[in-house]
Design a protein around this ligand. Sequence first.
Ligand code: NAD
Ligand code: DAU
Length: 332
Amino acid sequence: MQRLLVTGGAGFIGSNFVHYVLENTDQQVTVLDKLTYAGNLESLKGLPEERFTFVHGDIADAALVDQLVAETDVVVHYAAESHNDNSLHDPRPFLDTNIIGTYTLIEAARKHDKRFHHISTDEVYGDLELDDPERFTEQTPYNPSSPYSSTKAGSDLLVRAWVRSFGLQATISNCSNNYGPYQHVEKFIPRQITNIIDGIRPKLYGKGENVRDWIHANDHSSAVLAIIAKGKIGETYLIGADGEKNNKDVVELILKHMGQSPDAYDHVVDRPGHDLRYAIDSTKLRTELGWEPQFSNFDAGIEATIAWYRDNEDWWRPQKALTEAKYKEQGQ
Ligand code: NAD
Ligand code: DAU
């Protein structure tokens, strides 16, 4: 039995990971989360009290982090400012959490000689042309585009340097776009689903040609558990499930499943610096650690996600009006 300290466990992917771990292993979980606008305690409701503890706090609080890291076996670091659009309007919190927060955690993990797993994103590699036959691999050079992705790239490089200079017992994973329950309504898929529920037309940035490589949050969780159990210290693993789709196709699929006409969406102002395409080659994770995704039917996954948002309006409703008001100000 291991004790896991999960940072950002009240956010989208962190909360899915906590549910996954408590359902599929005998591990103990402590969540450290600041409960920013993106954190929601409702996402952690009903978990077994004897195996789960919640701590409200900031990953940049060195005294708190030191105490929690000392008491754990493995730190799984999800906490971040995660939304590209927000980073374009107010980058500062991205530096505070993604850079200083990560630095604070790895200093504590180094001091207490604890296993550390750093969660990162494929966005650190920049973007690909639509017709590029290559996908991102662990060897692709870093080339981030936005304040968000550059701070994630910075945090990855800190972890790599701490491994090399101080022998930090760390691994890194860079995953593609996740979907599933508990995702904030600012993000693409939940925004469109909840817009349609509210009678608002979905909003597509630019022409909608941009491609994202979708993976179900549970497949991300199983990959992270495999890396914690079997990953080699100092190594990076790319996580992806061969789920490339352009945004227009995703919106049309959501509209179809929600009984709307396939062209019932609006084109809005594009995101500045908008990355064109992400695509992950996860051969290393599959061949070295034997991981395989289980949720490869995107159509069925989207249907289940729509059902979750229909059934859990209490969870997302408090965030919806403010989120749409912010987008409206930006012409999006
Ligand atoms: P999210 O925005 O939904 O959740 C982030 C969580 O971190 C929230 O609960 C928030 O309260 C918490 N947090 C923020 N600042 C904090 C701080 N200073 N101290 C403690 N807690 C803090 O994000 P997400 O989409 O779940 O992403 C989680 C991680 O996965 C991030 O590191 C992100 O870069 C990475 N990632 C996300 C995706 C994706 O598709 N969403 C894909 C690959 C990697
Ligand atoms: O690739 C992994 C990354 O995926 C993570 O690192 C980020 O944390 C996560 O937010 C996500 O980043 P994206 O910028 O790709 O996700 P987002 O949901 O914001 O947008 C997905 C695509 O949809 C992108 O091309 C922008 C577009 N979009 C987004 C919104 C909110 C729209 O066309 N309309 C919208 O209303």
